[in-house]
Structure formats: C-alpha cells, structure tokens
Unconditional design. Sequence first.
Length: 276
Amino acid sequence: MTDNLDGVRAHYRASGLTERLKTALAALGPEDQRLMPERLAGLDQFHTRGLAATAELAGLAGIGPETMVLDVGSGLGGPARFLAATHGCRVTGVDLSEPFVEAAHYLTERMGLSEQVTFEGASALALPFDDSQFDVALLQHVAMNITERGRLYGEIRRVLKPGGRFATYDVVLNGGDPHYPVPWARSPAESFLLTAAETRTRIEQAGFETLVWQDDTEAAKAWFSQLRASGPPPLLNLGVVMGPDFAGVAANLGRNLGEGRLGILTAVFEAIPGKT
C-alpha cells in the first residue's frame, strides 16, 4: 500500500479558505484588530479535545522559551501560535495543503506572531530542513493520513537534535473497521491507521525511546459527550474550514471511539543520540 497523496490533498483542498476566514472573522472586529489564540480555538485546533490537548502535549514535551519547535502537519497553525504566545518559543509548521499554509500565514499576521511562527508547504515524508535542527517535534492527528510510518518517524528523528523530544497525539485503531467519513478521511482510501502497539514499535524503530505513554480515549469520549450536550457549535468552528457537514463527520469520530473501534494515543519520545 502506498500513500494516496492526491486523495489526501483533495480532502484538505479547502478552496478559497483565506477569504472564508476573513468573512467569518469579521464578527470579531476590524481587520487590523489583533486576535488572540484562544478566540480561534474552535476554528484552528484541528484535533480531538482542541486547545486542552495542545496545552497538555506541550507540558509533556517540556516546551519553554528557548525551545525550537517543529509542528508537523500544522494545519491552520493554531497549535503553533498558541505555543509561541504562551511559552515564548519559536515554531515552524509544515503542511501538505497549500491553502492551509496560506491561511496559517494570514492568521499568524493577524495575531502579530509572524516573527516567532513560520509555515512551509511540504510533505511530512520529506521535511525541508537540515539534520538536528529542532528541540521538539509535534504530531497531532496527522499520522492517520500516512502509511509510510517508518519514513515519517525517520524524518522526524532526522531533524531532531540528539536528546530532542517527539510528542505525538493521534488516533489509533482499537478494534474493528471505523465508520466513515471521519475528519481526516472521507473513505478508507485516505486513512492508514495503526494500533497503539504498532505505532510504538514503528517510532522506537526510527531511533526513539519512550518517555510518556497515555491512552486518552476516555478523555476524548468525555469531550465528545460535552460537545453533544452543549448544543450548536460556535460561529467560529471547523465547518468554516472543512465544509458545513463537518459537525456530522466529527460526530462519527466520537461514535467510533464510543464503539471501541478507535482510540486516542498521547506519547512522548526522546531521540536516542547516534541512532537514526
């Protein structure tokens, strides 16, 4: 099986995204008004549990003011901007979707964070950086679109400094085939899930040692239950990005978690010196 890059690109095509964002953000005030990361959390945190998950992962990874962070599959750049604003670090994001990268630049300028946060259009399988460049690499709800996991984790290991940390927060296969569509794939053609155990094996084989290993499935299920109980989504939500049916697609992920078909994994690894 090979990665369906064209299918993945099509899933995240998001034509006219920046203009849609400008229209949606008009509700928050004029174009020259500086935005705060928390105001956009419903829009630019493209993963289960949103901003809370990003904050927890940053704490587990030990991100601080001097940390050089790489966000692989950075989407609209919400996690990157949040980390820069709250921890004072510098963050570089990469994403396969050019519309997402363009939108990330726009939102980062609106927040006045362009000197700390940058984005590039690139594949996670061919990161455009020198070896041993970053202290921490983040991967949130990205690996499900990638079948060449050894290459993915090997690239992340390559660009991390020896002793650097790789923090991942991803969906894993738990038991049975998932119901589609889900937020990362309309069909199985764009979805390449592994079990938690398989994920750990692939990452450790790429030159990492496990530091943190957490099953966050129950927390994710509780988050979905809270969303259902809270009524209609806020004005600024991921439907602006992915289309008006996204709420139903996201609910399907909650269904898969509830039925035990999928799980949520949080893990942090250390790059073993001299091993790539």
